[in-house]
Ligand binder design. Sequence first.
Ligand code: NAD
Length: 295
Amino acid sequence: MLAALQNPSHEDVVVSQTDPESTAPKLAIPGLLKGQKALVTGANSGIGRGVALALGEAGADVVVNYVVDDDAAQAVVDQIEGFGVRALKIKADVSDETQVVAMFKQMIKVFGTVDILVANAGLQRDAAFKEMTLAEWNKVIGVNLTGQFLCAREAVREFSRRGVVPEVSCATGKIICMSSVHQEIPWGGHANYASSKGGIKQLMESLAQEVAPLKIRVNAIAPGAIRTPINISAWKTPDAYHSLMKLVPYGRIGEPEDIARAAVWLASDQSDYVVGTTLFVDGGMTLYPGFATGG
Ligand code: NAD
């Protein structure tokens, strides 16, 4: 596995123990992203943390965006620096335009540019539909969808200003939107979250279509059930885990490094002709497993 993921910083939750029977590849390809500057939002926890570490292990300099828990962000920075690349933590609420603009400005000042954006920050505020408050609706749409719009817009502005640097990458820039299987699968009790992810699908595809002529590649990853704090109730107890596995044909929960490997590939020139695609990394969750025995 990605070595650094063996030391999760979250106090209560062991989020990154790879299934011992997993046959997945163990390492990011060293040097694959050498010289590239990456920004990962929500990078001090869960999937964002795993992605930030993997990008660093693959040779990128990484900005670790966070909004709460400075210590956890610093721990990720320290681990990334252990790969011999640069890392910088920047506190910013991705739903706040002023803070997002300032974050990109600081990154460009320190690192010179932005080559890779992983718009990952997200949250849930679950409620039955008739109980859902406007504040719960606005919070989820604001962080999950508007946050991706604001970060992607700043990234596109910087990519356009700089243009292609062939020694660094054959693309002008890469944006990876962290979506969810719930861009496809309806989710009662989570209408705000599912709506935000459905919105990300159209945001990603519309943006990908618009900026592909500039050699900017925009894609998304749609994780299934990944072992992080956001969904701890779905996997913490054996009963919950057993119930969750009915939804996962591959028979195990996903780990942050499953998403991290996909993100490294999408950010690299290895995926250069991949434009406007959502890569489902879900152990088959979107295969309607209930129909495996005849429906
Ligand atoms: P997590 O709670 O561990 O991480 C979410 C991160 O986003 C945290 O660092 C949090 O502080 C940050 N964040 C929240 N609001 C923010 C804001 N306003 N500004 C900046 N950062 C903010 O959860 P995770 O599972 O790692 O989630 C990461 C992404 O993956 C989310 O977009 C989530 O919807 C998506 N996702 C997760 C799963 C899963 O099963 N874990 C499945 C599908 C999609």
